[in-house]
Design a binder for this molecule. Structure first.
Ligand SMILES: Cc1ncc(COP(=O)(O)O)c(C=O)c1O
Length: 404
């Protein structure tokens, strides 16, 4: 293929060969089409695999009650809203769900977006304006950074500071250097999506109060996962004081797709009128809203799901540590097996895949260079036998490859 036959704008695409090289050597792990999904099992290429890499933490994505709720609303509202929230795409269902979510997270008001990614993109870019400072944990999710970049791109001169991961001393060092009267927003994941550790929220809130900064927390991997009733990071830490804004996605514990941000009514009204990803994108479809409503009901009525998720996660973390894996500082259902070598990470992924276990290999830029890892995550519906098999296969294959 001669790239010079094509306009120069496309040359980089013809020069990109890494994926094809990995595909031809049989170790390409991405975009695997799943043909069926049932509980903790997925079907790929005619084989049944144990899913150990999904964010379906409470097992609700396949719950018959969610499926039924989704089906029922399609009859009344159709399959799409065919417009943005701002224009013709707001349903009574959106507002009903927003009321339920605001109550669940103990805030005045909430706004739903069509994905979690769009929630961060829209809420952060709306809030950040000219001259503002945003102080973001270095391990925050890409959608947070993109929200900040969008703010900077549209309004210019938002100053981004990145503090060392979960390091309050570094956060304070940065806050000290920002002019006292400047507008500041601290942004953190509640549970970090690749490492599975939990933000030091009490310290962050204390610094925010002292330096008069607002706080925005991304609870994508925290709601339904940590805290006694699954309410996330503040509940986990036993805190009364809450961050000013909390966001979460529906693609994880809620078994659907979409996202929301919640806070005071004034903040939500502002976000509704300035979030580009809300205004210029079609709204969350009815079937997904109904699924989230049912998931929320189940989360409240069946707290044992949250308990069994936390027990499964503890069993896996202890199991992996005892057989010699480095799981970093994971305290949650996300368990990284840190391998630190890209080639070995892919080989280990392949070894598990060939033995019918599905996990996710993660390399730079999703993690820092030299911190490639296998991202495992458990669900409340995993059985002890499944977790034991996963640990046993990881032990055998890990030894063969010399990663433990
Ligand atoms: C911490 C965090 N925030 C936001 C998102 C985006 O959510 P969604 O996939 O629902 O768009 C993700 C998804 O991986 C995430 O891990």
């Amino acid at each position: 293929m001669n790239k010079h036959n094509y306009p120069p704008i496309f040359h980089k695409c013809y020069e990109f060969t890494e994926a094809e090289t990995a595909r031809s050597s049989g170790i390409y792990p991405y975009f695997k089409p799943i043909t069926r999904s049932q509980g903790s099992k997925v079907y790929i290429g005619g084989r049944e695999l144990l899913m150990m890499g999904s964010n379906n933490y409470l097992g609700l994505a396949n719950d018959p009650r969610l499926k039924e709720a989704a089906e029922q609303v399609v009859e009344r509202y159709g399959t799409s809203c065919s417009g943005s929230r701002f224009m013709n795409g707001t349903l009574d269902l959106h507002e009903e769900l927003e009321g339920q979510l605001a109550e669940f997270v103990g805030r005045e008001s909430a706004v739903c977006f069509s994905t979690g990614y769009q929630t961060n993109l829209g809420a952060l870019s709306a809030l950040l304006g000219r001259g503002d400072h945003v102080i973001s944990d270095k391990f925050n999710h890409a959608s947070i950074l993109d929200g900040i970049f969008l703010a900077d791109g549209t309004k210019k001169k938002v100053t981004l500071h990145r503090y060392k991961h979960n390091n309050a001393a570094d956060l304070e060092r940065i806050l000290q250097h920002i002019p006292e009267d400047a507008a500041k927003l601290i942004v953190t994941d509640g549970v970090f999506s690749m490492e599975g550790d939990i933000a030091e929220l009490p310290k962050i809130m204390e610094l925010a109060r002292r330096y008069r900064a607002g706080v925005y927390i991304d609870e994508a991997h925290a709601i339904g996962v940590i805290g006694n009733t699954g309410k996330g990071t503040a509940e986990h830490h036993g805190m009364d004081q809450q961050p000013d804004l909390v966001m979460c996605t529906f693609s994880k514990s809620f078994g659907s797709i979409g996202g929301f941000v919640a806070g005071s009514s004034i903040l939500m009204d502002y976000i509704k009128h300035f979030a580009r990803s809300l205004i210029f994108s079609a709204s969350m479809p009815p079937a997904n809203i109904a699924a989230v409503m049912k998931a929320l009901e189940i989360m409240k009525q069946e707290p044992e799901r949250i308990t069994s998720l936390q027990e499964n996660a503890r069993k896996l973390r202890e199991g992996f540590t005892s057989i010699g894996f480095n799981i970093g500082h994971s305290e949650t259902a996300i368990i990284p097996l840190v391998i630190s070598d890209n080639q070995k990470t892919f080989m280990f992924w392949k070894a598990l895949f060939d033995r019918d276990i599905y996990v996710n290999p993660v390399i730079h830029p999703a993690v820092p260079p030299n911190r490639s890892l296998i991202r495992c995550s458990c669900m409340s519906i995993h059985t002890d036998e499944e977790l034991d098999r996963f640990l046993q296969v990881s032990l055998e294959e890990g030894k063969k490859l010399g990663v433990i």
